[in-house]
Design a protein around this ligand. Structure first.
Ligand code: ACO
Length: 402
């Protein structure tokens, strides 16, 4: 067989591919996407089927290990995740350094980076035990950090994890419980959150995962690599879109304004884009959006209906856009972020926490890709080239002569 890496390595020629629209950066056995068919497979299993039949912990195990767990493997894994949910008490002091209105994504990326100062052991990434502990710590602690960031931003004390709860319920309790008061997690909210976490768990070489791989390829501390992925996710062209969608729906306000906003999105002299529409890979539909739209109906029904009209507005926008030549020609469809915010809002998650919710779900994907990369004996530092467009060589002029 031809070793593709050797064939193309150091040939002296470059490809020029801004935005990496046609560049494969690695081989991977984790997630498969067929953008034309709207197919998303985690380790061969359909993500929408997993969302219906499985749970987030099982999917984490699958993405990390390649197979669904047996009962005993599942119990061992979930027990280990529970064991790692706490934060070192000194880490709590990091939160108080932030201004009260800091965006939770700023806190999340900084505090995850801060984990690298606590866990030097996992820099020994050649040891499989260390790799395993890193994966479990990261997945276990990210909801605790995200919820603590939210609590800090509203001036409430952090709620410690309650480890007899499942992953999603534990997070919701850390978000919404207050000390000395009973708090019952709503099972509808916990189930909806679990589905959203599954659907966000991995998406092959997206911008944040590629960032984790690029940073990790230098041999940096793995928590620092994950922190760089969180930073990349924050942008509105990527994970930040879920927050932007809800802000945009609020700005549209009413079905009667939809046409005006569609016209704005089509105007090439206006940088405005319809947030939650379009995808680099999906050119027919995003299978995650389809599942989330269905769940929107279920969740809103349990919460007394579409009281603020956001779901009706979103569906109207989708209906009009899907018939519009501009969107049809460019194959622009609702993506995963178009409907997720409606569910988050219904279950009480504030808008600035939407992107941290995405980060919680995607953490397992980042970790799985990081581990796959460092396990590859052929791994090389990621180092793209460029086409230089600057000045040609010229002599230095002393400051007095400029
Ligand atoms: N609204 C209006 N026009 C759009 C939109 C949109 N949401 N998305 C793309 N277009 C247009 C572009 O203007 C361009 O038109 P042109 O050919 O006339 O110049 C054409 O469609 C292709 O768009 P590109 O930006 O080249 O597509 P690319 O693959 O680079 O970008 C992206 C994909 C970033 C997702 C883009 O569609 C977008 O900005 N969408 C809105 C933000 C969003 O929802 N991001 C979340 C993505 S999913 C995720 O990260 C989880």
């Amino acid at each position: 067989a031809v070793d593709v890496r050797k064939l193309y390595a150091n040939t002296g020629g470059f490809t020029f591919d801004p935005g990496f629209t046609s560049t494969c950066s690695c081989e991977s056995a984790i997630t498969f996407i067929d953008g034309e068919k709207g197919q998303l497979l985690y380790r061969g299993y359909r993500a929408d089927e997993l969302a219906q039949k499985s749970n987030y912990m099982e999917v984490c195990y699958l993405l990390l290990n390649g197979e669904l767990p047996t009962q005993s493997e599942y119990e061992e894994f979930t027990d280990a995740i529970r064991m790692h949910t706490m934060l070192n008490e000194s880490l709590k002091r990091f939160f108080t350094g932030f201004h009260y209105d800091a965006h939770p994504m700023a806190m999340l990326s900084s505090i995850v980076s801060g984990l690298s100062a606590f866990y030097h052991d996992t820099t020994n990434t050649a040891d499989p035990e260390h790799r395993k502990i890193f994966a479990r710590r990261m997945i276990a602690k990210i909801p605790t950090i995200a919820a603590a960031a939210y609590k800090y931003s509203i001036g409430q004390p952090m709620i410690y994890p309650k480890n007899e709860l499942d992953y999603s319920s534990n997070f919701l309790r850390m978000m919404f419980a207050v000390p000395a008061e009973e708090y019952e997690v709503d099972p509808v909210a916990a189930e909806a959150l679990d589905v959203l976490l599954i659907l966000h768990a991995d998406h092959e070489q997206n911008a944040s995962t590629s960032t984790v791989r690029l940073a990790g390829s230098t041999g940096c501390n793995p928590y620092a690599a994950i922190s760089s992925g969180i930073a990349a996710l924050w942008g509105p062209a990527h994970g930040g879109a879920n927050e932007a969608v809800l802000k945009q729906l609020s700005a549209i306000g009413d079905v009667s304004n939809v046409d005006k906003f569609i016209a704005k999105a089509k105007d090439k002299n206006d940088p405005f884009r319809l947030m939650g529409f379009g995808h680099r890979v999906y050119k027919n539909f995003d299978p995650r959006a389809t599942v989330i739209r269905e769940h929107c109906h279920k969740v809103l029904k349990a919460y007394g209906g579409d009281t603020d009209g956001m779901l009706e507005l979103a569906m109207k926008l989708e209906e009009i856009a899907l018939k519009d030549e501009y969107f049809v020609e460019r194959k622009l469809y609702p993506n995963v972020d178009f409907y997720s915010g409606i569910i988050y809002k219904a279950i009480g998650i504030p808008t600035n926490m939407f992107t941290p919710m995405f980060a919680i779900g995607r953490t397992v994907g980042w970790v799985a890709h990081y581990l796959e990369m460092i396990s590859d004996p052929g791994m090389r530092i990621g180092r793209p080239r460029q086409i230089y467009t600057g000045a040609t060589e010229r002599p230095y002029t002393d400051i007095a002569g400029r």
